[in-house]
Design a protein around this ligand. Sequence first.
Ligand code: GLU
Ligand code: MG
Length: 439
Amino acid sequence: MAESIRTQLESDGVSLLVGTAVDYAGGIHCKGVPIRRLPEFQDAGMGASPSWNVFCADNGIAFTSSIGAVGDLRLRLDAARVRKVDDGLAWGPATFHEQDRTLSPLCPRGRLAAVVDSLTERGLSPLMGTELEFVLTTRDGGHLPKPGWTAYGMGAVSDRRGFLVDLTATLEAAGLGPEQIHAEYGEDQFEVSLAPAPPVEMADGCVLARILIGIVAARHGMAASFSPLPWTDGAGNGAHLHLSLHRDTTPLFGGSLGPHGITPEGGSAIGGILAGLDHFLGVYAGSVLSAQRLQPGRWSGAAACWGLENREAAVRFVAATAGNPHGANVELKVVDPSANIYLAAAALVGSALHGIDAGLPLPAEVPGNPADADDWPATAIDADQATILEKLEASDLAGKTLGPDIVEGIVAVRRHEAAKFAGKDPAETAQALRFAWSA
Ligand code: GLU
Ligand code: MG
């Protein structure tokens, strides 16, 4: 199979093939080979230090008890997912293996696949969709000149139509099938949403989409920031994750007698996702900039509750209706683009499974703005970085879901950021990290 993929890409004019891996701080890294070496990239893999996993947003390295300067992993290409992304350039996702070909316990992509397997073994199939919010800037990271900005505005689309038309065609050609593309609320902020797919495919698609958005932005003389907070006085970027679950062909979030059609197992999954926030916020929104985005009033879901179409709830429930052909699903809004998408997906799916296994009840629905509810601030999320990292570090659920080495690594890269930017003006930190999550 590798040979036929190589031959096809060569006839499409591809010379350089890159395989990507995402570190625990959310940065995207790659190794490249001439296209003739695709079979070796898939089979033996290319060498990469284990420290690739603990590269930090500022390009520091946060070594841990299991990740030091010694050792070598093999970064092996998933050849079936390789796509041509630009003239002469092809991309594919890669996984970390040991020298003996076993999967490395440090590998985020491998971990997500393992968590998905544990659902499949119980007869459950997850599908996930993602939304990519980003802010366009000048090539050197400044504000774009523009006559004005209207949220979700047609003017913004007209103004940037060259970029948006090129982006749409590029995403379609790469087989990503974007669902929607629109101007967002924040100035120069746009969003692309991707159709539901199995979780590993969704995460791969998110990486590829980020690469393509960067390439097309550069083609049009701009850059794209995927920072949770590109500017301290502007809108934040989210990386919302949608999840639907089926047992055989039966959906868990619709078609039943429960509230909005939610089945008892679906209710337990939502209970698990909400209970999991206390364990996994350091995975979903753990960067030094994340807490400033994860605040009430920013539609980032800064309240630990759920509600139908509730954009201030951490879990927005999307019901199965004639207007929603994909069927019922839940949207986890707290996730931002500094998260490692594979690990965020593993945490989400793993906490839903935990809720189902433990038979957790569906918590009471919060129908309005949680900040207006009588019990506020009982549901308010404390997004403080030091607090959420302590909770992640102490969590048995996180250790079980992601493995202790990965949890230790996530905590290490985030504490490195905290120490590096301690006492700095937040605007300076936002500037230093504006492109840390771009590709
Ligand atoms: N930009 C918001 C965030 O940081 C989300 C806005 C929306 O609901 O699309 O999550
Ligand atoms: Mg949005």
